[in-house]
Ligand binder design. Structure first.
Ligand code: ZN
Length: 274
């Protein structure tokens, strides 16, 4: 009896020790990243189950295949390829961008990063890493400041050229694709003409993750925003998804594995914009 009591006390002490160890972990650095990675895995497991089901939109007049092992609906419309362009604006960021790059690598998926010059100055090595891992780079102005970019005159073009030069100095290659902050250029015919005249190609989006809204949507909300929009069949030849890898976009990181699973299961091919 005494022996048993002694054993129970030892067991309780061991449990208290283990709990004490994990309680003491701090919230920054490696500990923080490991915690975030664990959360990410649990989000992923849950939402894959929740959202990645049979494709909801089948091709017109087509019957679904009974073979559940083949969930790829790429051939639901004969001859049509389903292409997706993942785009990330506002980076590179020292925490968010590397996490996104690792997740993309896990899926062999390529994306286009529309970078802001002031963030390139802060994180040039991350921009080089983006290129090294086979992704494309786009121009998202030098400082993303509306008062500079949309103040009239040639402010927009100046900001684009400045960033163009910075990107070239950092990675040794130029990019012609441009994304305008807030999508404002699409409202201005003269700005569109100015860009085209100077050899730049404006890239819009047709699926918005809404991950830059304030307050920030949760990871499940981001997933749902994308899921709903990619079901529109007329977009399938070229789905362009707007997401952000600027500072603070942890919910985009959390949502990304499930978004990628959805896209793979729906039969999309990943392409980049150049
Ligand atoms: Zn932006």
């Amino acid at each position: 009896m005494r022996k048993r009591l002694f054993f129970l006390i030892i067991l309780a002490l061991i449990m208290m020790f283990i709990q004490g160890c994990s309680y003491g972990r701090n919230q920054t650095g490696l500990g923080y990243i490991l915690k975030e990675a664990a959360k990410l895995r649990s989000y992923h497991t849950y939402y894959v189950k929740e959202y990645v089901k049979e494709p909801e939109v089948a091709g017109a007049g087509e019957t679904r295949q009974d073979d559940s092992s083949n969930r790829n609906s790429n051939d639901s419309i004969p001859g049509q390829k389903k292409k997706v362009y993942l785009t990330f604006d506002d980076g590179p960021d020292s925490l968010i961008t590397p996490l996104i790059l690792d997740i993309l690598d896990g899926y062999g998926a390529k994306a286009t990063f529309f970078v802001v010059g002031t963030n390139v100055e802060k994180n040039p090595e991350i921009l080089r890493d983006i290129v090294k891992r086979g992704h494309a780079v786009g121009n998202h102005t030098y400082n993303h400041r509306y008062s500079d970019v949309y103040s009239g005159g040639d402010g927009f073009l100046r900001s684009i050229r400045l960033n163009d030069e910075l990107i070239f100095q950092t990675i040794g290659q130029r990019t012609r694709v441009v994304r305008d902050p807030g999508g404002e250029v699409r409202k201005s015919e003269s700005l569109k003409r100015l860009l085209a005249h100077n050899g730049y190609q404006l890239i819009d989006w047709n699926v918005d993750s809404h991950d830059s809204r304030v307050p920030s949507p949760s990871a499940p909300e981001i997933i749902e925003n994308i899921r709903r929009q990619i079901m529109q069949e007329h977009l399938w030849p070229g789905v362009i998804i707007l997401m952000h890898d600027g500072p603070g976009h942890m919910n985009t990181v959390r949502a990304l594995p499930t978004v990628l699973d959805m896209l793979v299961n729906q039969g999309f091919q990943f392409e980049v914009l150049k």
